[in-house]
Design a protein around this ligand. Structure first.
Ligand code: ZN
Length: 145
């Protein structure tokens, strides 16, 4: 699934890409601005990546978080989450770092979205347009490496 995004065979609202990774909007965001950072190489588990690549993923993650703050999302803080393995709730067996903008008052809303995030009442086209627009704003706000 993420290999298809990496290869350009599946659509994604891309925030950042380089020779090692791609960062794009989560299709089922837990909060507005929820981004995934994904290595180009296929590996299910974080431990299967070279340390230098893990380091790179988190360097990009920090820049995305800065962009999330810069465009005025509710991003006083962020959850960086890796669900590492199926027993840990990993849905897609290709390493991905979740970057979920957080503020102090969003816990109840996040709980509701965790329970309902795969429901899609508004249709995928409208969702994609919104995510593309958000990705473009984040891309423009990415600080230099
Ligand atoms: Zn893959």
């Amino acid at each position: 699934m993420f290999c298809a995004v990496v290869a350009g065979r599946a659509p994604a609202s891309v925030v950042w890409q380089d020779d090692q990774c791609i960062a794009f909007m989560d299709l089922f965001p837990l909060n507005e601005g929820h981004v995934l950072v994904v290595p180009r190489v296929h590996a299910p588990l974080l431990n299967e990546l070279p340390a230098s690549l893990r380091d790179h993923l988190f360097r990009v993650a920090c820049r995305v978080i800065a962009a999330q703050k810069a465009i005025g999302l509710h991003a006083d803080g962020a959850n960086l989450v890796v669900n590492d393995g199926k027993p840990a709730n990993q849905h897609v067996p290709h390493v991905h770092v979740h970057l979920i903008p957080r503020d102090g008052g969003d816990l109840a809303a996040i709980g509701v979205r965790m329970a309902t995030r795969f429901l899609n009442p508004f249709g995928m086209d409208a969702r994609r347009r919104r995510l593309d627009a958000l990705a473009a704003r984040l891309a423009a706000a990415m600080p230099p490496a």
